[in-house]
Write a protein of this length. Structure first.
Length: 445
């Protein structure tokens, strides 16, 4: 049966057909409403209890307070009767190891509460509700039989679990050496972003030298997501039309894409695997940099894009020897780096540091890669490291379909303070997550 994913901050309404709607939920809340008599139903994917007032492109369906009335109106406009509607809801989990400060992140719990009160006030019965708890869920609405199912995300294609500890020695060092080199053009552009004294003439000639990258960049420029009215047929023209900062990000993104594994048994269990997770983290890191003014946005973007490169060599060993290891860490609620160290001897932050050295990445990027799960261990570039940690955390809790890391939050308060933030800022930060990151061409702008 054809499945349609409902991304966060949006809803889909449908008449009866042989298809289903799905939403993957971490801290987000999913709601289905169905009028079986009128054969109309829909699924809403909410991000926050209420608007924080910082979202420039206000999307009512991101917030429970505005999203619920909006969703109800759309259903009634499509022929549903409020008196006949029945609801199911799920999500609002605390994802990952939980500390006191996670209670500050329990926006999911509050979102669920707003939905529940709204449905009660409207007299709409809730037939099934699974909210809170500590694991991600998938909510699906069968548009033919009008059934809603709620299941933990890790039970989908349930793996056979492997214990974390083992006597087998895995050679991650060798796997690190085997990773193909980063394309030269990407490395040069990354260095240019860090130097900040490049000329675009220089960048243009670098890009033109790599036919494959030039081709990919032009394809991206001409994709619907860019919304350009004219056809872009050269790098020079792209530069004029989209501007140098966006072009640089496109070049780096297009050139690292092929490095990220697409295997289905290592880390890449969620949609799009590590690459989509990396783009999401990059886009959030960039927004956090603008908001906190603690790093240059393009450097934060690059750091977010590359933070998990250690997963490239780890993924090869993992997929071949310990399939579903990553999913088993989710099921057991284990902190990822700890579980990796037990199983493989090193974790992906150390493998990434080694790879970053081999690729001769700028030092501040290596610091991010090596310390992004425990930012206080960084001796330099603490603010950039913490910024990427926070972007990774927001990504794992609010974009559950694109990797669900168990990220340590024990020192969250201290980490927020490092960026001159406090727990009251959390709803604002969540609101900074670009809406529908992956909806169109799944590439960053
Ligand atoms: Fe990571
Ligand atoms: Fe990550």
């Amino acid at each position: 049966m054809k499945k349609e994913i409902v991304t966060s901050g949006s809803s889909v309404i449908s008449k009866k057909k042989k298809e289903s709607l799905e939403a993957y939920l971490g801290s987000c809340v999913g709601v289905t409403l169905v009028d079986q008599h009128a054969d109309v139903g829909g699924l809403l994917h909410l991000l926050l209890p209420e608007a924080t007032g910082t979202d420039m492109s206000f999307q009512p369906e991101s917030y429970a307070t505005t999203g619920m009335p909006h969703f109800l109106k759309k259903l009634i406009d499509a022929g549903a009767s409020k008196e006949r509607l029945e609801a199911c809801m799920a999500g609002g989990a605390l994802i990952g190891p939980v500390s006191d400060h996670d209670l500050s992140l329990d926006v999911g719990g509050r979102t669920a509460q707003v939905v529940q009160v709204y449905l009660e006030n409207q007299g709409i019965p809730i037939n099934d509700s699974e909210t809170g708890g500590y694991s991600g869920r998938k909510i699906s609405l069968d548009l033919y039989h009008w059934n809603t199912t709620i299941e933990p995300t890790w039970q989908i294609e349930r793996p056979s679990l492997s214990p974390f500890q083992t006597d087998v020695v895995f050679n991650i060092d060798e796997a690190v050496q085997r990773v193909k080199p980063i394309p030269q053009v990407a490395l040069k552009v990354i260095r240019m972003i860090h130097r900040d004294d490049y000329t675009m003439k220089e960048v243009g000639s670098e890009i033109r030298q790599d036919q494959v990258i030039s081709g990919r960049v032009l394809t991206l420029c001409n994709s619907a997501v860019m919304g350009l009215k004219t056809v872009v047929d050269s790098i020079d023209r792209a530069l004029i039309l989209i501007g140098e900062k966006r072009l640089l990000k496109l070049v780096v993104t297009a050139s690292v894409k092929s490095l990220f594994p697409q295997s289905s048994q290592g880390y890449s269990l969620c949609k799009g695997g590590i690459f989509q997770h990396s783009i999401g983290t990059a886009l959030i890191a960039q927004e956090l940099a603008v908001f906190t003014k603690k790093a240059a946005p393009d450097i934060a973007y690059t750091a977010g894009l590359l933070h998990d490169i250690g997963k490239i060599p780890m993924d090869q060993v993992m997929a071949a020897n310990v399939p579903f290891f990553y999913r088993s860490t989710q099921e057991k609620g284990a902190e990822l780096c700890e579980a990796e160290k037990l199983k493989f001897g090193i974790d992906h932050t150390e493998a990434g540091r080694q790879l970053g050295k081999i690729w001769a990445l700028p030092n501040n990027l290596i610091n991010v890669i090596a310390n992004h799960h425990y930012p206080e261990t960084a001796t330099e570039d603490k603010e950039l490291v913490t910024l990427v940690y926070l972007a990774d955390l927001l990504m794992s809790k609010f974009q559950a379909h694109y990797e669900l890391d168990q990220i340590n939050t024990e020192k969250l308060l201290h980490r927020l303070n490092l960026l001159d933030l406090n727990p009251d800022h959390l709803p604002i930060l969540i609101d900074l997550i670009p809406k529908n990151i992956f909806q169109s061409a799944s590439m960053p702008i």
